[in-house]
Design a protein around this ligand. Structure first.
Ligand SMILES: [Zn+2]
Length: 83
């Protein structure tokens, strides 16, 4: 199972443009890049309260990102949600 998951991650990785590939994922306050276009944001409940999650789309490779702004979770941040 972990083997398959790793292969999937590898495949996704190769479809990202250089700028997207350089984003540090799941790390609080990591910067995005200049070609990300900001989209909607929404609130989601977490154990300590609500957080804001903002969607971005890369204008270069079309990757969809979400950024979770969570003050108490150092490992919330950028994650890829689609292509
Ligand atoms: Zn990109």
């Amino acid at each position: 199972m972990t083997q398959d998951l790793n292969q999937q991650n590898e495949l996704k990785k190769t479809e990202l443009c250089d700028s997207c590939a350089g984003i540090q994922r799941n790390w609080r306050r990591a910067p995005g890049h200049a070609e990300l276009v900001q989209g909607d944001n929404r609130k989601e409940p977490r154990s300590h309260g609500q957080v804001t999650i903002t969607r971005y789309v890369c204008a270069r490779c079309g990757t969809q990102w979400e950024y979770e702004n969570n003050k108490v979770n150092l490992h919330a941040g950028w994650s890829v949600v689609g292509q």
